[in-house]
Design a protein around this ligand. Structure first.
Ligand SMILES: O=C(CO)COP(=O)(O)O
Length: 250
């Protein structure tokens, strides 16, 4: 049985004052029956881990370099993220693929680096509007999965997030039918590649304009094991109800 996961991606938002949101979230969900992860900017990793204490909130990075050390000004490695006390890292987010030209091969290397540092990677895939409109969605997703998910994937070391690029930060959500079609397809692709047992253990998240008002129906959709939430993860007022909806669906 896959444990449900509510993950929040703060992107380039948050200063120490915003750690008050962690207190509020943990007050609302002191012992959630689902996994909760927040991925703040690198500057807040260690303070957020400290703030979360021994509670049921894990912390994650938003990106890691394929190497663990070296002359890479401005970058952060998986070992550093792990050293800060985090347990997860997002790899292959579409904003990184676009802003920094990250390819599937880069994402694969980052994911391997994450594993080397004992982090669970949340690998993101998703099609653009143009790709969707030209009927390429499943082909694009298949090649992203083949290209950025390493061979030794297991239910413990990887989570895959389907985030249609056109749904991120736009208020547009993929239709429930589309989400079901894509998530069923992702499960089938994983099954072909890794077998039923491993594929059945890997959690699949939906991301893209998830909020309290649409979370319950998304969580009731086939093969959706949780969400990767951007804007609505920044405050406990918005994120706690999403966690509650996931708990109710479990
Ligand atoms: O990119 C996302 C999470 O990684 C989704 O962002 P929004 O929830 O703000 O659309």
């Amino acid at each position: 049985m896959r444990r449900k996961l509510a993950a929040g991606n703060w992107k380039m938002n948050g200063t120490r004052a915003d750690l008050a949101q962690v207190d509020a979230l943990l007050k609302a969900h002191p012992a959630a029956s689902v996994d909760m992860v927040l991925c703040p900017p690198a500057t807040l990793l260690a303070p957020m881990v400290e703030r979360a204490g021994t509670c049921a909130l894990e912390v994650g990075g938003q990106y890691c370099h394929p190497n663990q050390t070296g002359a890479h000004t401005g970058d952060v490695s998986a070992k550093m993220i792990a050293d800060a006390g985090a347990r997860y890292v997002i790899t292959g987010h579409s904003e990184r693929r676009t802003d920094h030209g990250e390819t599937n091969a880069d994402v694969l290397d980052q994911t391997l680096a994450a594993w080397d540092a004992s982090l669970t990677a949340i690998v993101c895939i998703g099609e653009t509007l143009e790709q969707r409109d030209t009927g390429q969605t499943l082909t694009v997703l298949a090649s992203q999965m083949v290209g950025s998910v390493p061979e030794a994937a297991t239910g413990a070391n990887i989570v895959i997030a389907y985030e249609p690029v056109w749904a991120i930060g736009t208020g547009k959500v993929a239709s429930l039918d589309k989400i079901a079609e894509v998530h069923d397809f992702m499960r089938a692709e994983l099954t072909d590649r890794f077998g039923t047992q491993t594929a059945g253990a890997i959690r699949l998240l939906y991301g893209g304009s998830v909020k309290a008002g649409n979370a319950a129906e998304i969580f009731a959709t086939s093969n959706v094991d949780g969400a990767l939430v951007g804007g609505a993860s920044l405050t406990a007022a918005d994120f706690a109800p999403i966690v509650a909806a996931l708990e109710a669906s479990a």
